[in-house]
Write a protein that binds this ligand. Structure first.
Ligand code: DX5
Ligand code: ZN
Length: 213
C-alpha cells in the first residue's frame, strides 16, 4: 500500500519541517487538496504555496482539485509537474477531453468521485485513466469519519478495473486510519490518502507504517 499524507492537516506555521518529517517517515506522495470555496465550502492554498512546496518536497505531488473550473486549475498547477491531478467527475462537462489534456502535459490523469456518484460515470473513460480517487467522506474538510458504503464501491471498482484497465490505480481519500486499512487493502486499494490520522499522531513514522500493509 502506498501512502499519501494530506497536507490539509499539517501545521501550516511549520510547513517545511512537516514536509521533511513525512518524507523521513516513509510517505510515497504528497496529497495537496485544492478547494475553491464553490465546489466545496472551504478554501485551501494556491500557486504561491504550491510553488514553495514543490521546491521543498522530494515527494511526488498528488493534486486533488475540488474546484468548479477544472481547466483553470490544471493550467495553474501543471508547471509544478505533479505526478497526478485528480478532478471531480461531478463538475467537469468534458471529462474525456480533460483526461487527454492532463495526460498531454505528462501528468497522471485521475477522476475523483463523491460518495454518492455512481461508478457508471467511468464507463467509456476507465480505459484512459491512470487513477480513480474514491472519496470516502464528503469533500471539503479533514477529520471526518469514513463512510462505510465506500468499501462496496471500491470492490466493484476493482472488478471493473481488472477487466478494463488493470494498470489503473485506486486511491481512497477520507477517514483512513489503522482500523480500516485492512479492509481497504483487501478491497483492492493501491494508494491511501490520510490527513488527520497521520498529522494527529505522535509518530508520523509509526502512523505511516501502520498503513503500509
Ligand atoms: C477532504 C480531502 C482529504 C482530507 C482527508 O476533502 O480531500 O484529502 O484531507 O483528511 P482525513 O484523512 O483527515 O479524512
Ligand atoms: Zn483529498
Amino acid at each position: 500500500m502506498k501512502v499519501a499524507p494530506s497536507l490539509l492537516s499539517a501545521d501550516f506555521l511549520n510547513l517545511e519541517q512537516e514536509l521533511i518529517s513525512i518524507q523521513k517517515a516513509g510517505a510515497d506522495f504528497l496529497h495537496l487538496d485544492i478547494m475553491d470555496g464553490h465546489f466545496v465550502p472551504n478554501l485551501t492554498f494556491g500557486p504561491v504555496i504550491i510553488e514553495k512546496i514543490a521546491k521543498a518536497s522530494l515527494l511526488p505531488l498528488d493534486i486533488h482539485l475540488m474546484v468548479k473550473n477544472t481547466l483553470f486549475f490544471v493550467d495553474l498547477f501543471a508547471p509544478y509537474k505533479p505526478r497526478f491531478i485528480s478532478f471531480h467527475a461531478e463538475e467537469e462537462q468534458h471529462i474525456h477531453r480533460m483526461i487527454q489534456y492532463v495526460k498531454s502535459k505528462g501528468i497522471g490523469a485521475s477522476i475523483a468521485l463523491n460518495p454518492h456518484t455512481p461508478l457508471e460515470c467511468l464507463d467509456y473513460i476507465l480505459q484512459d485513466l491512470d487513477m480513480v480517487l474514491i472519496m470516502s467522506v464528503n469533500p471539503g474538510f479533514g477529520g471526518q469519519s469514513f463512510i462505510p458504503q465506500s468499501l462496496e464501491k471500491i470492490k466493484r471498482l476493482k472488478e471493473k478495473i481488472s477487466k478494463q484497465n488493470p494498470q489503473c490505480l485506486i486511491q481512497v481519500d477520507g477517514g483512513v486510519n489503522a482500523e480500516n486499512i485492512d479492509l481497504l487493502k483487501t478491497a483492492g486499494v493501491d494508494i491511501v490518502v490520510a490527513g488527520s490520522y497521520i498529522f494527529g499522531s505522535k509518530s508520523y513514522s509509526q502512523a505511516i507504517q501502520s498503513l503500509k500493509i
